[in-house]
Design a protein around this ligand. Structure first.
Ligand code: ADP
Ligand code: GLC
Length: 482
């Protein structure tokens, strides 16, 4: 039996801002339980839902030297679906209204604390991982601290690390002197072949340099990040580590995301009865969102963090034109005020046709995936993307840009060969996007049979964790054996 510890800043169902939480919340369940005892460690945020906070069991506490003081480290624990979750408690650091809030420097201090605490709790909880699997910049210092801890004792020697990049855009960067002061790490680490990048200290870079293996969440993104356009300044490092870098595409929790059993949607459906039942969801959604009640019109959904990454500039540019067509657009998202206001504006301008839901709601997201005909995701870059996988599962055909995981998971419609599960375009160009949306409209209105066949193929795809969990197991095996 091998011990694996996931370290992350987010995890469903405890705390979520994006796809990272979905991945960390679902993947540990799918490892072979005979071979792997996979546990998860998270910060104990005050902003977690009360129902979860109440479930946590207090274990113990101790004090850890950090940022020049002795800091309280509380440990809580719970078990869910056969997986053990540890929570690191410190109200000074984890009492914000959201996991990432305040100024970037504060986030760096908070997650540096988390990284050091993750290693410090291990002897106390009696779980010595053979391998720590780190996720994104918030956990980037774990491999670095591990390297540093090795000098102080036997316990930490031989623990392997994997660093998974869910989004290279976020790296946890601040000036070297400050980060040195916060982390207490020696000068030795703050040089260009270690933590330093462009004169600053870079937490993710530290993780990438010190991890035994580096992964990202699709094959295409693993290639893309070796190029300057997608590399976010670290393309050289990614190329240098390419022997230890691989892409493993994300899966979905097929129990949580199952249109045949989903209690949050108006009427459950499957690949056999979607022709009859999916329209019931569409009608209910139109009613709920105040859209014109018209089952014939093509309803396009968007569920997303509202950031530059997701291609909203293209949508902004083309929204007026798209709204001349026979389509409705339903948006669920929060983020950059620029895009929040843009959608509010279009919802006012095209009342009954555009619905802007500027908030976060798991429930509504399910109803959107179930009730829409198509899903628009024209990302500038997309490490994997889960929304398009959810859409496929609910027979809502994705319209995507061919980048990262979108390219790897959505097969474009070929009207001659009658293949494909969605629509895609290649360049980050507003007219290309509009043409592709209009092409999808033509198929939807004029070739309904083809459209429905495409839904059948989309719903029959398997993006459960089945395959990808085995690939992670292979990777672990290469580092820690059977
Ligand atoms: P990213 O991680 O870059 O945000 P993904 O497509 O991987 O993109 O994952 C996004 C996840 O967040 C999906 O589960 C999506 O349904 C969810 N999501 C995004 N915005 C909202 C929202 N406003 N309400 C509910 N769920 C949302
Ligand atoms: C990141 C990426 C997204 C990916 C998710 C989970 O947030 O933006 O593409 O699906 O992480 O890996």
């Amino acid at each position: 039996m091998k011990n694996i510890l996931f370290a992350s800043s987010e995890c469903v169902p405890f705390i979520k801002t994006g796809g990272l939480a979905d991945v960390v919340g679902s993947l540990p369940k799918d490892f072979d339980k005979e071979k792997y005892d996979c546990r998860v460690v998270l910060p104990k945020y005050m902003c977690m839902k009360q129902e979860w906070v109440e479930r946590l069991e207090y274990i113990t506490n101790f004090y850890m030297d950090f940022a020049g003081e002795d800091r309280y480290v509380g440990i809580f624990k719970t078990e869910l679906n056969g997986v053990t979750f540890y929570f690191i408690d410190n109200e000074f650091y984890f009492s914000g209204f959201a996991p990432y809030d305040g100024d970037p420097k504060w986030n760096i201090e908070k997650f540096s604390f988390f990284c050091k605490a993750v290693l410090s709790i291990l002897p106390v909880i009696g779980f010595r991982p053979d391998l720590i699997h780190c996720h994104d910049w918030q956990t980037g210092l774990i491999p670095v601290y591990l390297d540093n801890f090795r000098f102080f004792g036997e316990y930490y020697r031989g623990i392997k690390t994997v660093m998974t990049i869910h989004n290279l855009k976020f790296q946890g960067v601040w000036d070297t002197k400050t980060v040195q002061g916060i982390t207490g790490l020696p000068d030795y680490y703050f040089v260009p072949d270690k933590l330093e990048a462009y004169k600053d200290a870079n937490m993710l870079k530290g993780g990438i340099v010190y991890a035994d293996k580096v992964t990202t969440v699709s094959h295409s993104y693993a290639e893309e990040i070796k190029t300057p356009f997608y590399g976010e300044g670290l393309d050289g490092l990614m190329a240098a580590r390419s022997n230890d870098l691989c892409g493993i595409v994300n899966g979905l929790d097929y129990n949580d995301w199952n249109p045949d059993t989903d209690h949050r949607i108006a009427k459950t459906f499957n690949v056999e009865n979607f022709r009859k039942n999916k329209p019931v969801n569409k009608a209910a959604l139109q009613e709920e969102l105040g859209l014109d009640k018209d089952n014939h019109v093509m309803l396009i959904g968007i569920v997303s963090r509202l950031t530059d990454q997701k291609g909203f500039d293209l949508i902004d540019y083309m929204m007026d034109e798209m709204c001349q067509d026979a389509v409705q657009i339903a948006v669920l998202g929060t983020g950059d005020p620029k895009y929040e206001n843009m959608f509010r504006h279009f919802a006012w301008k095209y009342a009954g046709k555009v619905s802007a839901n500027i908030f976060y709601s798991d429930d509504l997201s399910h109803r959107l995936y179930a009730g829409c005909d198509a899903f628009l995701m024209p990302s500038l870059f997309e490490p994997c993307g889960l929304s398009q996988l959810m859409s496929l599962r609910y027979g809502t055909l994705p319209i995507v840009r061919e980048t990262g995981g979108l390219k790897d998971t959505v097969e474009p419609y070929n009207e001659f060969e009658k293949t494909g599960t969605g629509f895609s375009f290649s360049n980050y160009n507003a007219h290309e996007m509009l043409n592709t949306v209009r092409y999808a409209e033509r198929i939807y209105y004029d070739k309904k049979r083809d459209w429905n066949k495409m839904i059948e193929r989309a719903m029959a795809q398997d993006f459960s964790w089945m395959n990808s969990a085995r690939q992670y197991e292979d990777l672990y095996r290469s580092l820690i054996g059977e």
